[in-house]
Ligand binder design. Structure first.
Ligand code: TXA
Ligand code: MG
Length: 303
């Protein structure tokens, strides 16, 4: 596949296979909600894990996330390379809320693969990319492996991945730096640049978005599987819902619904708080395909 073909697919909200030095990614435009929903649908994940946003320069990524002095020091020392920094989203972050799974943080990295960076620069906007495997299967380190999972995907040829193991993920939301996932950049190398120890999380519990302290939950009560809109309620519809204040997908399309989930919850929560409405009713969402992830997220938000 040519560069130009891949660029066109992304501009139209499609997804491609992107080689990086760690593993191949399943990449889509980080600013297009439909592209992100397609990534989740293809990976067949029952949950919305937040995605890593890939860029070609620190300046470009600073439009998306706020780098503290320490984060900037780490970025300057290890980018391009197998290091991901989870930082607060900027106030007007152009990335869709779905990349952050509704949270107020964003994971950023500049891949250490020359072709990937050249491609990212040509595209101009950052790409969200999880590893290009189906959920619970091995991460792909060659184009052939990506095609074994997704035979119809357009995959850029980038050779075998040099690192072959995912990036190290650090949480840099405050002054402290926490290791969220060990990976291609060693703890020793990180600590020698930081001149202090990395904080550790227990196991990988923090990586499950539902367990993260800062995950986005609406402040308004949610009433799920609602067949009608009661007094003093807003309705988030799905399918035919004439009284809906907003509708996740009038056509009842689960991919479209996923693409709207976090942004619509956000808008309705704000509206409810402003108008004194006490709950948001949500139409029933089928419990198959992406509906599983949508229901998972809704029940967490309602808990
Ligand atoms: O090497 C890599 O990092 C590869 C290549 C393609 O760049 N990507 C990758 O993505 O491993 P993925 O989706 O398989 O893993 C991303 C991890 C997830 O476990 C997710 O929970 C975490 O990053 N993550 C992303 N955004 C986060 C956030 N805002 N807060 C906490 N964790 C986050
Ligand atoms: Mg993965």
């Amino acid at each position: 596949m040519s560069f130009q073909e891949a660029l066109n697919i992304l501009a139209q909200g499609g997804v491609i296979g992107l080689p990086t030095e760690t593993v191949y990614g399943l990449a889509g435009d980080a600013t297009q909600s439909m592209a992100l929903a397609k990534i989740y649908a293809l990976k067949n994940r029952p949950q919305f894990n937040p995605l890593i946003v890939h860029g070609y320069s620190i300046e470009q990524l600073q439009e998306y996330g706020v780098l503290s002095d320490m984060a900037l020091k780490l970025a300057k020392s290890f980018w391009p390379g197998p290091l991901t920094l989870v930082v607060p989203r900027t106030k007007n972050c152009p990335a869709d809320l779905l990349v952050s799974a509704g949270m107020d943080t964003i994971a950023l990295r500049i891949p250490g693969h020359a072709l990937a960076r050249e491609f990212l620069k040509a595209y101009g906007k950052p790409l969200a990319a999880p590893s290009a495997n189906i959920s619970n299967q091995l991460s792909p380190t060659s184009k052939a492996m990506v095609l074994s999972y997704f035979p119809d995907l357009c995959v850029l040829e980038g050779g075998a991945c040099e690192v072959g193991l995912e990036s190290t993920i650090l949480g840099c939301t405050g002054d402290d730096v926490t290791l969220l996932r060990p990976g291609g950049t060693s703890q020793e190398d990180l600590e020698s640049v930081m001149s202090r120890p990395l904080l550790q999380t227990k196991g990988d519990t923090i990586l499950a978005p539902g367990m993260m302290k800062k995950h986005y939950a609406p402040r308004t009560l949610l009433r799920l599987d609602a067949s009608e809109k009661k007094d003093n309620e807003l309705l988030l519809g799905f399918g035919h819902a004439p009284h809906a204040d907003l509708n996740l997908s009038e056509q009842g399309d689960l991919v479209e619904a996923a693409s709207h989930l976090f942004s619509m919850l956000h808008i309705l929560d704000k509206k409810a708080l402003e108008t004194g409405v006490t709950s948001i009713a949500v139409s029933p969402i089928p419990k198959n395909h992406l509906g599983l992830a949508i229901n998972d997220r809704l029940s967490r938000a309602a808990a």
